[in-house]
Structure formats: structure tokens, C-alpha cells
Design a protein around this ligand. Structure first.
Ligand code: HAM
Length: 425
């Protein structure tokens, strides 16, 4: 016996019905992005590792432990290519490479595509997953933060995610963040013994990540000695107050979560996460925030930006499986005898040319079995070719909804099928 293969751990196969759900979901998301003035971009899956090392941060889990490196045999170029683990740093690379900073004060982009992280797979945590993401580059006003959160929230509403919780926080500007990180490092160096092994390491290298830890001892330390040390400068304080004021006015419910810091180093100012209570341990449906130092880190001038990404596979988990019956599929051409299969085949072409989905049997099934298949696959119309009818230049056209059958001349088939299927397309 030859070895059989399974999909790679942490990846998903989506069959026809899940693929259709994802397509519907992406089509809805695209419509909302256009309403908000975003333009779609499509960027490669392969990217220079440096984009993420410099953009997302050397010390983050994503960069330090999870990037998939791609090497080519006999590759003369000594490039370090990875499968992109996220979209934000890549969009900034794109923005700079194509000189968008010279083309207008700010730009709004969205993207839909796969991301790769070598995480330990579990429900809702995959090694290949799909982002629906958006980035607004160049706008500093708090209205932009508010619009970004409103957009993420509206996307989830339109996709049918009723139960969800929005958490927001502000990390302050780069200087606020730096000051706070140094203070946290100092405090935690005295409390090492109370931290989990991961946080003992983080406390020195990336102290703000300790705020994100879910271990109860780490949470206690953070609550008792760290949080009160966070002070935003007056400008950042008033920026955040403005954002919260707009959310209040829009009626978008939120909780302020001082523990929220996010696992990517580029964030500054407003950060947010939207969770679903249906999802268990991996509860974030989407997340984002401002990042004012990333453009500079990737070789541009310092420039404000903000964005978010939703995880498509988590959306599928949070949504009820669709109970709607699949849409009726067009025309099934059934042949009573094998000798009529050629006529059936050319009729398919003529129907498809008229924009009508059309199918026939390729398994030499009996007429009865073909009609059963047409019923099962939810065809709207069955065109039945019989030998006697063929000689007389006519065919039978059956409306599968009403079961009414008509005999029409061959030249009339296309028009009748168009009429019967029009309401469905
Ligand atoms: P992120 O929080 O790493 O942010 O990912 C955003 C969303 O992607 C998460 O909330 C989750 O729904 C989904 N996700 C992340 N990792 C996985 C995984 N291993 N398996 C399945 N789903 C996952 C970012 O990547 C930022 N680039 C978002 C952003 C855009 N910030 C500003 N602009």
C-alpha cells in the first residue's frame, strides 16, 4: 500500500459548503470596506523576513518563534524569505515601496488573504489562517481611530456576529510607552519570583508583554504594582478621551481594559480587541490599533497609522452554521439515451453562453437517476432529451419547483430556461 497523506497540522481544508460561506463572508466584508472608502490590495504571501523583524519586533513570539522560513534549493541569493505572519508591516512595506507617501496625505487599504504562524495548533489557533484586514496610513485624528473601531464592529454586525465584546486601551505615544516600559522593567525586576517562567524572561526583554499574561500570579503583580504607574501625556490622554467619546455617541459598547497591550510591538496610542464569548480560549475575533513608529522602522518618515484584522476561521466558528437552503442552481440537462449525450453536451454550451449555470451527467446514469440527481442538487429546471422528441425537434422542460412540464421546440429552450431561472440569479 502506498502512503496516504493528510493536511499539514494547523491548516484547514474547506470543502464546497465552507468555501461558499467564506466567499459570502468576504463579499459582505468587501461591500462594507467600499462604503468606508477603502481600496483593496493584493500582496504576496512571500516577504522579506526583515519586514517583520524590524516591523513587528525581534522579541515578539510571532517573530522570535513562529515565522515559517522559505528556502529554495541551490538558492544563490542569500535572502531571508518567510511566509508572511501578518499583514500590517507588509502593507507599510508596500506603501513605502510604491511611494504612496508622496501621493496624498493619507491612504486607506484593505486586504483579504492567508497568514502563517508556527503556533501550537488548537481550536481557533491555526498555522495558516485568513485575515480580513484594513490599514489607514497618514491620518492622526482621533476620528480615524473611532472610524476604524466602528468599521471593525460594523463588519462583525453585518456578518451576523451578534454576541461580541469590545475592549479598548491606550498605550500612549512612543515616548509614553517607552517611559512606562522602563518603569515596568524596574518594578518587575524586584518581583521576578512571583512571575511565571515566560514572564520572567519577558520582564527584562519586553516588559509590557507581562500585562497580557493570563496567569493569575502575573495578573496580581500587574494589578497591584504596575498599572498605577501608567501615565499618558496630556495629548495622548485627550486623544483617547475623544475616541471613547465618539464610541459613546455611536452607541458602540466597550470596556476599558488596562491589561490590553497586544502581542505585536508596533502599537502605540489606541489599541482594541473584539472577542466572542462563544469561542473559548482563542476568543479574539479581531484586533488592531494605532502604530505611529512602524513606517519609520521600515525606512520611511515617522507617520501615524492605524488598522485592524479579523480572523476568518474564528468568524466561522462564532457564526451559526448556515441553515439556508443552497440557491437553486440553474439547468440540469438529462438524456434518456446515451445517443443523446452529444446533443446534451452542446446544449450545455448554449445555456452557459446565456449566463445560465448548466450541468449534465458524466456517469452514464439512467434517466431516472439523472432526474433524482437534478432534484438532489437543487436544479431549478430539468431539460429532458428523448429520442422521439429529438426526431420531432422538441424537448421537455420541467420546472422543478412546480413540477410542471412543457414540451417546446429546441430553438425555444434557451429563452424558456432564461425565464425560469432569472428570478434565481
Ligand atoms: P492579530 O491580533 O495577531 O493582529 O491577528 C488578528 C486576528 O487574527 C486575531 O484577533 C484572530 O482573530 C486572528 N488570528 C491571529 N492568529 C491566529 C491563528 N494562529 N489562528 C487563527 N486565527 C488567528 C494582527 O495580525 C495585526 N496585523 C492586526 C492589525 C492590523 N493591527 C493594525 N492593523
Amino acid at each position: 500500500m502506498k502512503k496516504s497523506y493528510s493536511r499539514v497540522r494547523g491548516t484547514s481544508d474547506f470543502g464546497p459548503s465552507d468555501s461558499a460561506r467564506i466567499q459570502t463572508l468576504c463579499a459582505r466584508a468587501r461591500r462594507v470596506f467600499f462604503l468606508y472608502g477603502y481600496e483593496e490590495i493584493m500582496l504576496p504571501v512571500l516577504e522579506d523576513a526583515g519586514v517583520f523583524v524590524r516591523g513587528v519586533g525581534q522579541e515578539t513570539d510571532i517573530v522570535a518563534k513562529q515565522m515559517f522560513r522559505v528556502s529554495r534549493q541551490n538558492d544563490g541569493e542569500h535572502s531571508d524569505v518567510v511566509l508572511r505572519p501578518e499583514g500590517t508591516a507588509q502593507v507599510i512595506r508596500f506603501y513605502l515601496e510604491h511611494g504612496f507617501h508622496k501621493k496624498g496625505p493619507y491612504h486607506k487599504f484593505f486586504y483579504i488573504g492567508p497568514m502563517f504562524r508556527g503556533e501550537r495548533p488548537q481550536k481557533g489557533r491555526l498555522r495558516q489562517f485568513t485575515h480580513i484586514g484594513a490599514e489607514m496610513i497618514g491620518a492622526v485624528t482621533p476620528w480615524a481611530d473611532a472610524e476604524m473601531i466602528q468599521l471593525a464592529w460594523t463588519q462583525l454586525e453585518i456578518l451576523g456576529i451578534g454576541e461580541k465584546e469590545l475592549k479598548v486601551n491606550s498605550l500612549g505615544c512612543a515616548e509614553d510607552k517607552q517611559r512606562f516600559a522602563e518603569r515596568v522593567r524596574e518594578i518587575l525586576s524586584r518581583q521576578q519570583a512571583d512571575l511565571c517562567p515566560d514572564c520572567r524572561r519577558r520582564a527584562e526583554r519586553n516588559p509590557l508583554r507581562v500585562l497580557d499574561c493570563k496567569q493569575s500570579d502575573c495578573r496580581r503583580v500587574v494589578k497591584e504594582s504596575v498599572l498605577r504607574e501608567r501615565v499618558l501625556c496630556p495629548k495622548c490622554e485627550s486623544h483617547f478621551a475623544h475616541v471613547l467619546g465618539v464610541l459613546d455617541r455611536l452607541g458602540i459598547p466597550y470596556t476599558q481594559d488596562p491589561f490590553l497591550v497586544r502581542g505585536l510591538d508596533y502599537y502605540t496610542h489606541t489599541v482594541f480587541e473584539i472577542e466572542s464569548p462563544r469561542l473559548g480560549a482563542q476568543s479574539a475575533l479581531g484586533a488592531g490599533g494605532r502604530y505611529h513608529t512602524l513606517v519609520e522602522a521600515l525606512g520611511g518618515r515617522r507617520c501615524p497609522a492605524a488598522g485592524f484584522a479579523l480572523g476568518v476561521e474564528r468568524l466561522l466558528l462564532a457564526l451559526e452554521p448556515a441553515h439556508e437552503p443552497p440557491a437553486a442552481r440553474g439547468v440540469y440537462v438529462a438524456a434518456a439515451q446515451d445517443s443523446l449525450r452529444s446533443e446534451a453536451f452542446y446544449l450545455l454550451g448554449s445555456l452557459r453562453e446565456a449566463g445560465i449555470p448548466a450541468e449534465m451527467d458524466y456517469a452514464h446514469r439512467s434517466l431516472k437517476a439523472q432526474l433524482r440527481q437534478a432534484q438532489k442538487s437543487n436544479y431549478r429546471v430539468a431539460v429532458i432529451l428523448g429520442e422521439d422528441e429529438s426526431r420531432q425537434g422538441v424537448v421537455n422542460v420541467k420546472d422543478m419547483k412546480s413540477s410542471v412540464q412543457k414540451t417546446v421546440r429546441k430553438e425555444e429552450v434557451r429563452a424558456l430556461c432564461t425565464e425560469l431561472t432569472r428570478a434565481e440569479n
